[in-house]
Design a protein around this ligand. Structure first.
Ligand SMILES: [Zn+2]
Length: 98
């Protein structure tokens, strides 16, 4: 069987991942904690070095390097969400020299 390799695109600029790239993964981690007052949900944003298994998980965002990992973390800090409000790739990557 010939399975086509899975293509990963940077969540910010749309660049397709190659073999030798230093890509990162950004994802949210949710947990529930229960104390004397009640239960509360906590959400954290996590940045990981590339992992092929993790990359296939839903809600995991591949990024092409540190610069775009920062863009995603900044988005999460300001909006509490990693999901993009769609922008043209040329606008999103403006000013970055990749
Ligand atoms: Zn990128």
């Amino acid at each position: 069987m010939n399975e086509a390799p899975r293509l990963f695109r940077c969540a910010i600029c749309g660049t397709i991942k190659g073999d030798g790239n230093h890509w990162l993964l950004v994802f949210e981690s949710r947990s529930m904690s229960v104390d004397g007052i009640g239960a509360s949900a906590k959400t954290r944003v996590c940045v990981s070095h590339w992992d092929n298994v993790l990359a296939l998980q839903a809600q995991t965002y591949p990024v092409c390097g540190n610069g775009h990992a920062h863009v995603l973390v900044d988005r999460w800090l300001s909006s509490n969400c990693l999901e993009a409000s769609r922008k043209p790739a040329s606008e999103a990557s403006e000013g970055l020299n990749l």
